[in-house]
Design a protein around this ligand. Structure first.
Ligand SMILES: Nc1ncnc2c1ncn2[C@@H]1O[C@H](COP(=O)(O)OP(=O)(O)OP(=O)(O)O)[C@@H](O)[C@H]1O
Ligand SMILES: [Mg+2]
Length: 351
């Protein structure tokens, strides 16, 4: 667990970067620091690995005040990922990752073996390990940066805008990868971002910073989104707030229509539609009254959200959304009218 106790940082030139920061990051959880440029996110994060010392207040890691701990051994227990990866340009991918292990005193061969494991964990293509950082794409460099931070298996990970230098598609890939890694490793993570969508997607909790370095709200994503503490937070989450909040509402209560039998690879649905399934039972097309095949649209997975239900309806050519088993096999249908009814109930416009 990481605890900030009324931590303040005033730099020598008089700039107050962080003002009275008090929050706890529970062990095994991911906290996101989000807010506009210059509001003290990086400074706050760097207090944890003693790259910045607070002017007043305390930082505790695992219940111990870190002020008295020597910085170098303290940092060995903390992985650090920075924007653009921060890789050594004249070392190969493998050596970049192995370097932190060498610093910990591991012999070269052992360090390289462990580096291989870390590279596998972030799913970097193995043929890239002998390249130099300049020979990698931005997204690949970020994967190496994450592998390097994870290599020594530190309990704490600090990630400063780790995915901001890549395009939106790669960014989403890396975010999903991060969620997968975290579900396996359960590290205690602080991640800094400007991107509220990234914060909502990745954070167990979100700390919203404002200029002047004061935290405006520290809460789980749903609370930040649906009950912003003040105008600063509202300004950050305001756009598409209603649509985004659907991600936190369950689609389980939407009534479903059972599926009829599969006859010659098709399931009859109402008067006008047939759902085609392939040999593995996965939905492959909607077929309309005239026999035209159309792409089947997205499915609502088990435990899916109202956002997923709405998406299933919006992407379906038929007036039905497909509930699936998570692997593309339909399990039931939901009618568009029932999804809209669930949305209206949630809005309070229908009781
Ligand atoms: N070493 C320093 N000396 C003086 N001022 C500093 C120093 N480091 C940071 N600052 C100032 O402290 C404030 C907070 O900086 P910080 O880097 O923590 O912000 P940030 O929220 O991470 O911003 P960004 O989103 O742009 O990375 C800024 O006004 C910055 O100029
Ligand atoms: Mg920063």
């Amino acid at each position: 667990m990481i605890t900030f106790e009324n931590a303040t940082k005033v730099f020598a030139d008089g700039t107050t970067a962080v003002e009275g920061l008090s929050l706890k990051v529970e062990a095994g959880t991911l906290t996101v620091f989000v807010g506009p440029s210059g509001c003290g996110k990086t400074t706050s994060m760097r207090m944890v690995n003693k790259m910045v010392a607070p002017t007043s207040g305390r930082i505790l890691v695992g219940g111990r005040d870190i002020a008295g701990l020597p910085a170098v051994p303290h940092r060995l227990g903390i992985g650090y990922v920075i924007q653009h990866g921060g890789l050594l340009p004249h070392r190969t991918v493998l050596d970049n990752v192995a370097q932190v292990l060498r610093l910990r005193g591991l012999r070269k061969r052992v360090a390289r073996a462990r580096a291989h494991e870390a590279i596998e964990r972030v799913r970097l293509r193995p043929e890239l390990i002998d390249r130099y950082p300049a020979q990698l794409s931005g997204g690949q460099q970020q994967r190496v940066g994450v592998a390097r931070a994870l290599a020594a298996d530190p309990p704490i990970l600090l990630m400063d805008e780790p995915f901001s230098a890549v395009d939106p598609v790669v960014r989403e890939e890396l975010q999903l990868e991060m969620l997968r890694i975290q579900s396996e490793l359960r590290k205690t993570i602080i991640l800094v971002t400007h991107d509220i969508d990234e914060a909502l997607r990745l954070g167990d909790r979100i700390a919203v910073f404002a200029p002047g370095g004061a935290v405006q709200q520290y809460a789980d994503p749903e609370t930040v989104l649906t009950r912003p503490a003040n105008a600063h937070v509202h300004a950050l989450v305001g756009r598409d707030q209603g649509y985004r909040s659907l991600a936190f509402a369950s689609a389980d209560a939407i009534p479903t229509l059972p599926l009829g039998p599969v006859l010659a690879g098709r399931i009859r649905v109402g008067e006008a539609w047939e759902l085609e399934v392939d040999e593995n039972g996965r939905a492959s097309a909607w077929i309309d009254r005239r026999g035209a095949r159309r792409a089947p649209g997205s499915q609502v997975p088990p435990g899916g959200s109202l956002r997923a239900a709405l998406e299933a309806i919006l992407t379906s050519p038929a007036p039905y959304g497909i509930r699936g088993d998570g692997s593309g096999r339909p399990t039931a249908l939901i009618e568009a009218a029932d999804v809209y009814r669930a949305l209206a109930l949630r809005n309070g416009s229908l009781r």
